[in-house]
Ligand binder design. Structure first.
Ligand code: FE2
Ligand code: FE2
Length: 484
């Protein structure tokens, strides 16, 4: 798929912090090969590594080292090492490769003792006798839970760096996007529950799922956007928060935000509606139209959200930005909306302006939020671009409409050949002719769907006539989106 970009195009350059962390890791592993863990040199190297690890984990929730095509990565940033450091790292990595280790992930809750035991095991590893599975099992049996060995990365790129376009790769990417997407929804649910009970919020885990969403969006935006079309959940609040996060991050990636800003944006988007957990449940789930009192209640959620975040989370840039996002996401660019600001009318921040657009789109397309009738995504976009235009940042709205396109990924369309197709991603060459998956024809649903690039010569006779609403035709969108 044209959207699966090559790694070299998307990888950011690592910072000095990340560079030093990689060096410290390999120095520590080499030291463990030479001396005992009680040795003073080992202790100093361990301390040095732990301090650097803490800095990266504070930002990302985890630190994942990967080696791929002789390049070193930390959280998917390419790290350049000096010649000496590189030579030292290479000797360790050569042994890793024999065993099938492609990297190591340290999760947020890792402690120094676990790191010590891990490097000792790694130092004792015999490349000719061990394999990755055995080692992973062995680490688990030792109770080492917060350090994980990663396999050698599966090739999804051809030798010259251009993306593979085989069906296998596409399915892999989509499958992995799905796993990240649903993992994120369950984390939102868990964390919102923690927030409502005033329990400690698992910030590290939240940051981890956000990075995983960012990775997938960078790799293949449409496989993520497509999943936002699923609306059939028992409790839509969590899926909504997650969708707003995916849309916001996609906008962030498109406008060129760096990793750490993306991570903060994702955090803010995920918690924009956290204030709703403080409102009565029957109000959130009320199927009928809201009366004045309901509205009054509902309009408290931005302030409640900001307070919940500031009270329940340790203060950081993440918390501050998330609190502001929660407070401002219903304040429009023309200062209509709520809460009404009497004094100090400050323009909503970039994050809040992004979240406001993502939020409105998801709320209106879900058809659940105070709407009499569900409107199709293209109608929603039209409404946002014209009737509601004054509410939004014009440039950001343009970025967003470019993402969802004329036919948003995940919608069903009728083709001129009387076939029904699921939109996968739009085509930069011709926006009216996206990539689709044909799922049915006049005789019914196809047992094997057909993938088609409608802009290609062979599919010229297939034109999109219109979007169709699955429910009206007795079809369930889930079955198409989740089928491969
Ligand atoms: Fe909201
Ligand atoms: Fe919302």
């Amino acid at each position: 798929m044209s959207d699966i970009r090559s790694e070299s195009a998307s990888a950011r350059a690592g910072s000095e912090v990340e560079q030093r962390l990689v060096t410290a890791l390999f120095v520590l592993i080499k030291t463990a090969r030479l001396v005992d863990t009680g040795n003073a040199t080992f202790k100093t190297k361990l301390e040095d590594f732990c301090a650097r690890l803490d800095t990266v984990i504070a930002d990302y929730g985890e630190a994942a080292f990967k080696v791929h095509n002789e390049r070193y990565f930390v959280n998917d940033a390419v790290v350049k090492l000096s010649d000496d450091n590189r030579a030292a790292a290479d000797t360790v990595v050569r042994d890793w490769a024999k065993v099938g280790i492609g990297g190591v992930r340290f999760s947020g809750d890792v402690i120094a003792d676990e790191i010590t035991r891990f490097v000792v095991e790694l130092a004792q590893m015999r490349p000719d006798e061990h394999n990755l599975e055995q080692l992973a099992e062995h680490l688990k049996s030792l109770g080492i839970e917060h350090v994980e060995l990663l396999g050698v990365r599966e090739e999804v790129y051809t030798d010259d760096g251009t993306p593979e376009t085989t069906e296998v790769v596409r399915q892999k990417v989509r499958k992995s996007a799905r796993a990240a997407f649903f993992q994120s929804i369950s984390t939102v649910q868990e964390v919102m529950h923690q927030a409502s009970e005033a329990e400690d919020i698992n910030v590290a885990k939240t940051k981890r799922v956000i990075h995983s969403l960012i990775d997938h969006i960078i790799l293949d935006e449409s496989s993520m956007i497509e999943l936002t079309a699923l609306k059939n959940y028992d409790d839509y609040t969590y899926a909504h928060s997650n969708n707003v996060c995916v849309y916001s991050l996609t906008m962030g990636v498109r406008i060129g935000m760096d990793r750490s800003r993306l991570s903060q944006l994702g955090f803010a988007a995920l918690f924009h509606d956290v204030g709703k957990i403080r409102l009565p449940k029957d109000l959130i789930r009320k199927p009928d139209a809201y009366d004045d009192n309901d509205w009054f209640q509902m309009q408290r959620h931005p302030l409640l959200g900001a307070k919940t975040l500031l009270r329940n989370l340790e203060f950081s840039l993440f918390t501050a930005r998330a609190a502001r996002g929660a407070f401002e996401h219903h304040i429009n660019s023309d200062f209509t909306g709520y809460p009404q600001l009497k004094y100090h009318r400050r323009e909503p921040t970039l994050f809040s302006r992004i979240i406001a657009i993502a939020d409105t789109f998801d709320a209106l397309t879900s058809g659940r939020v105070y709407m009499k009738r569900k409107i199709t995504p293209d109608e929603v976009i039209k409404k946002m671009r014209f009737q509601m235009a004054v509410k939004f940042d014009r440039l950001l709205l343009k970025v967003f409409t470019d993402i969802v396109g004329i036919y948003p990924a995940g919608s069903l369309v009728l083709l001129s050949t009387e076939e029904i197709a699921l939109i996968l991603t739009h085509n930069d060459k011709d926006r009216s002719r996206p990539f689709v998956k044909i799922v049915g024809d006049r005789s019914g649903l196809l047992p094997d769907p057909i993938w088609a690039d409608l802009s290609s010569e062979e599919h010229q006779e297939r034109r999109i006539l219109r979007l169709i609403e699955p429910e009206k035709h007795g079809l369930q969108l889930e079955q198409f989106i989740l089928q491969d």
